[in-house]
Design a protein around this ligand. Structure first.
Ligand SMILES: [Zn+2]
Length: 487
């Protein structure tokens, strides 16, 4: 434990020193996504609280929000202004921290013909689902995603805190040069850091490129995560990326059970976790304090859509335009990818094995479904919560995964992720006890971001009929050119 803390501390210190070396590039991203604080006080009394600081749901001690922050959690809240917005919880209701989706694609792939980031309906839908922070994990249209972040931060439209990722680094980016130079990677990292991204995503990246990306990102105090491989075809095994200093890993943990003679998917499909190879990779994550984003339901989505997880709890297709809805309703279901179906069930065992081996503080929540119209990513957060719960992880730990773990993983754990005085006021008021049934997080009563109170029903109403082309003439804008990355 001591060694792990020390090494982690050393890494953090190195990053800070490196940041001062690049004073001109100190990221404005630390200031980004703070939201526009609402000036009126908010007082929340009654009901229950799960603060993500422990395992228990406790009586709500009384919460006072001022200027977008949690001023008091318990103690004297009578100092609230006379005109405070007062919210009384029912005895069945629970206030929890805002949810954090750390692999939150805004991307749509409505015609199976290339992905496009959707910036009209998704921001409201994320917020309506209690998701107050998102990191898009590789943007298809980084300029439009940056513009969206700025509009949200200025209070011009509702949406979660958007911590931009910028474009993919690797072959997942259309037009990526396979022989890109180290200097070009440095220049790109500098460019996107100046534009305020909060971290980088590698996918389909070669070893020397990943090394350069990690080094330069850390000089800016920014994190790197990767959808990596087995070493097959010049990919990087997560094990080797961890030794390079990567901060987080998406999808699969890697290690010696992944061999360079076959793809990661082929190695992974029927993997077992009671093995020395798994114990070695778990030890490496814990020693280097690297986070793992399990993205369970993304694989279920491409597989047979486990009916327990992929049931509708609201009519999601109402957010499509009438023209697009008719197309989605008429076409046959997307073909099942049997390998991804197998991986879905394998992943459920892997994440539980990692939790049991003491990795519970290193698991994050990521949804990662580019939608093709029948299910939408903002609702996938609840599918991921359910998948994690069904894998056998206790619900209190699942909620910490979805809140404080994800906040820490991207470097904002001191500002977000728990209900504690001084933190930014991002909260969700849910209608029951999520420790008994994680599905109680669905369709929350109220969502608060930066102290501003939102009604999820109004948010959803405002974006009905908005997703997809309005007519055949509009279709080309929703079908960009391939290549289409795998999840
Ligand atoms: Zn992804």
């Amino acid at each position: 434990m001591g060694t792990r803390q020390t090494r982690h501390g050393t890494r953090v210190l190195k990053r800070w020193l490196a940041r001062f070396a690049l004073v001109l590039c100190v990221p404005i991203s630390l200031l980004q996504s703070q939201g526009t604080p609402q000036t009126r006080d908010v007082v929340i009394t009654g009901g229950w609280m799960f603060s993500s600081t422990g395992n228990q749901r406790v009586r709500n001690p009384g919460i006072l929000i001022r200027a977008g922050k949690l001023l008091r959690v318990g103690g004297d809240i009578s100092i609230a202004a006379a005109d405070a917005h007062r919210i009384q919880l029912a005895d069945t209701e629970t206030v929890i921290p805002g949810l954090f989706d750390l692999h939150a694609h805004y991307a749509m792939d409505l015609f199976n013909a290339g992905r496009k980031d959707e910036t009209t309906a998704y921001p409201s839908l994320f917020l309506a689902n209690g998701v107050t922070s998102t990191w898009p994990a590789g943007e298809m249209n980084p300029d439009s995603m940056r513009a969206l972040r700025i509009r949200i931060d200025r209070g011009l439209e509702p949406g979660p805190r958007l911590m931009n990722s910028g474009p993919y680094f690797g072959t997942a980016r259309p037009g990526w040069k396979r022989d890109i130079s180290v200097d070009s990677i440095y220049a790109e990292v500098d460019h996107w850091a100046e534009l305020g991204v909060r971290g980088f995503k590698a996918k389909g990246i070669a070893p020397y490129q990943l090394q350069a990306l990690i080094e330069r990102a850390h000089q800016h105090g920014l994190t790197v995560t990767g959808h990596l491989g087995s070493g097959f075809q010049n990919t990087v095994n997560p094990r080797d990326a961890i030794l390079m200093g990567i901060d987080r890993i998406e999808h699969f943990m890697g290690g010696d059970a992944f061999t360079p003679d076959r793809s990661a998917y082929d190695s992974y499909e029927h993997m077992k976790f009671d093995t020395p190879a798994f114990r070695r990779i778990v030890a490496l994550y814990k020693q280097q304090h690297v986070y793992f984003d399990a993205t369970l339901s993304a694989y279920g989505y491409y597989g047979k859509k486990d009916p327990v997880v992929f049931s509708y709890y609201t009519d999601e297709k109402r957010f499509l335009t009438p023209y697009m809805r008719a197309i989605v309703d008429a076409r046959p279901p997307r073909p099942v990818n049997q390998q991804f179906e197998n991986i879905y069930w394998t992943k459920r065992k892997e994440v539980k094995a990692f939790y049991d081996a003491g990795g519970g503080d290193l698991i994050t929540l990521g949804t990662d479904h580019p939608s093709w119209g029948e299910f939408f990513t903002p609702f996938a957060v609840n599918r991921e919560l359910l998948s994690l719960s069904l894998s056998g992880i206790p619900n209190a730990a699942v909620l910490r995964i979805a809140t404080i773990n994800s906040a820490r993983a991207i470097g904002v754990g001191d500002k977000l992720g728990t209900i504690e005085p001084g933190k930014w006021a991002d909260l969700v008021i849910v209608r029951g006890n999520p420790l008994v049934d994680i599905r109680r997080v669905r369709l929350p009563r109220l969502v608060i971001k930066a102290g501003k109170v939102y009604d999820p029903q109004s948010l959803m109403k405002s974006v009905e009929g908005k997703i997809g082309p309005a007519s055949a003439a509009d279709t080309a804008a929703w079908a960009p050119t391939p290549p289409r990355p795998r999840p």
